[in-house]
Write a protein that binds this ligand. Sequence first.
Ligand code: PLP
Length: 499
Amino acid sequence: MMLCFHISVTYARESRLYIQRTQLSLLNIVIWAADGTIRGNISNNPTLGVLFVAESQDTMTLSTDLNYLRTRIPKKELVGLSEATGLSITSKRFAEYLDEKDPISFLQKYFHYPSVGDQENESCVYFCGNSLGLQPRSSCGEMLRVYDRCCSEDDFDDDDMVIPMMAKLVGAKMDEIAMNSSLTVNIHFLMISFYQPTPERHKILIEAKAFPSDHYVTQSQIRYNSFCPETSLITMEPREGESYIRTEDILDLIDSDGDSIALVLLPGVQYYTGQLFDIKRITEAAHKKGCIAGFDLAHAVGNVDLSLHEWNVDFAVWCTYKYLNSGPGCVGGLFVHETHADVKVNRFPGKGTDHVLTTKAKDYVLSPPCPLLLSNVRCSMDVFSKTSIEELRCKSFYLTGYLQFLIEELFPSGEEHSGATISILTPSNFSERGAQLSLVFSVPVTEVNKEIAGKGIFCDLRSNTMRVAPAPMYCRFVDVYRFATTIHGMLRKSVNYGV
Ligand SMILES: Cc1ncc(COP(=O)(O)O)c(C=O)c1O
């Protein structure tokens, strides 16, 4: 007679062997590792003690399968990893372990980290990639090289590498994108073509907390067309008591008011809350009602995976100085779907395109972009070419999930830690956010930010909200650990922060 039963064993603290499941019978013991492979088969020995001298092999990995991760909850995956390794999720060793398992940690060496004090501090924590990304180390040398070339050549096209890589990042055909000017200038140029109000259809839908310049652009375009922002601009708010706008509410609004909406202009990722909008569904809903769908991708490009062509987005704009790491003031990018390519439109003409008023992306390039700036984009695209947006997004799943876990663990909601609490504005669902978490502190956040900056931890403030963006390209799990534990240490003596 064979007697079979299952037991669970986690034996990992020292050997890091993960025995997910063992099947024990009187005659046979089989040990499965985390990846499902059989790691041991011990016949005729039912003694559990034997298990602990079984083969020791670290089989844990961070998944690089984005489709798989889309179906998972970051917190659960991290807890699973913690249990599997026997490392406490709040221990520094766990963070170090995740860094060891990070398949793209090698990218960190390509970046220049800000110095703290008078020395370049390799352990500086830089969480401002949503505002201004770190620059690749190669940028300076490349700029000098291009400068030398500018002195000897009067015209050269440096788009050859930038455009293909950029097209890949936004999910577009190469003919659908162009590098030009800056984000705000590009929205204006594109709205000249794509915002064609009529007395029946003259409204623009944006979010109430749209980036200030997007607000000004839409208001001025409405006035430029002799309409009035008070009646032509719809600014959408989250529901009472909620921090971000539900997709279903956007879709409902487009459905109910779409006949009077000329343009839906929303972000890919919202700059303040970090919410990732469902571009595909919003575009579908807009088109169903005959509206144009345009997107500001400043916080989305290089941060989340995009498929602008497949989603039939009409137009989009972005900057290259945030998650694209091309330096302050660098040249912007724009997308125009190929379905518009041969449509005659209003457009400001420029170099080489003076009389043919079609809507191809490159037709919006009125002057060739500065080669010195393009060289920065090229250096950035070179680093992106060593990985993929899918790989970056997978790391982001764990990295931002880990940040959320530590914040929730160290500052449990509703409970007070000497009076100081932190709440998270950003959706906790992976498919509704990118790298950024927006944290609201119950204590004066300026003081907190000043103090952590003094310790080499850089975050970004917007009013009472700290925007924390662990960019997967150059941020580490130990950075997240250091941020969370430093803040925890500070807020436990929060008497200093005026509570
Ligand atoms: C969401 C968003 N839109 C627009 C802009 C303006 O970009 P620019 O000043 O490069 O035109 C920014 C700048 O940070 C932004 O974050």
